[in-house]
Design a protein around this ligand. Sequence first.
Ligand code: 5GP
Ligand code: MN
Length: 325
Amino acid sequence: MTLDKILEEIKDAEKIIILAHETPDGDAVGSCLAMKLALEQLGKNPDVVMDKVSRNFNYLPGFDEIKVKPEIENYDLAISLDCADFKRIYGSEYFDNAKNTIVIDHHGTNNMYGDFNFVNPASPACCQILVGIFQYFKIEIDKEIGTCLLTGIITDTGGFKYSGVTAETFEFTEEIMQKGVKVYEVYKKALDTKTKANFELMKKVVDRMEFLEDGKVTFTYITNADLLDVNAEPGDHEGLVNIGRDIEGVEVSVFIRQIEDDDKTYKISMRSNNYVNVSDVCFVFGGGGHEKAAGASITATGNTEQEDIEQVKNKVLKEIRKVIK
Ligand code: 5GP
Ligand code: MN
């Protein structure tokens, strides 16, 4: 089966690189660092390559060893974690150049771009898939690996509260509590601690929030000027899209932000509550994700920033109108 093949590939490889999606969240960072520790147990010394990792995750073992650009160009094996498609990988050139490739992910829109793909959309976090994989590989899930995995599980489930949470989520959490991992500590660090800049961005996002479609849709945004204004660091936009979703009567929350280095392109983040599949909506724009949390990018062609924002908003709204009741 696939997992036996994956283990074989790992055992046969000398130079291994571990990659994830761009602007990595807690699940991406937790998955990569957990995989690094697991491979070390198998006698390997892999590189973890990620860019713009939020300093919120600096408590994770191996955080300081994350590389932005590795020295090696051609790896024997590249492992992509928590990333639905090739073009979203940070460091996709290393994936491309590697002799063999493995993809482990939990996105329903994953298009199986590896030589070996282990994808389970029923799992609420890539980190939760890794629990089962590590057990199968007979890797000891110790306190350090447990901390990494719990970080991904807590961040991708919004603190055990999203619909994707399964009984295994709690069974695993119990197991690693036995190893000495303190859930409240990981929870506090990974989810509940906001940077000052994140708080300042929250004020802007709340102030600008529009209620559309009879209050069933919220829309808000931040620009690169806002990020400069609050001295934002990587990851400081995390969580802003959830504000709209938590308001009574809202089905879809839309949050857009200009991407760094390109003021004309906007990263769309969407969340839904009950029946709208935002992954389908984002797919229309070349993106994807999960039923209730998804994203995409749209490049605008307006004459001013405000025109661009209106244009992106209207494009997204047009698609949402087709599915909102
Ligand atoms: P977020 O809104 O937190 O950036 O992303 C929500 C979910 O959608 C995450 O699981 C993320 O991986 C996925 N996602 C975000 N942007 C994209 C995108 O451009 N393409 C794809 N395929 N998935 C995305
Ligand atoms: Mn994830």
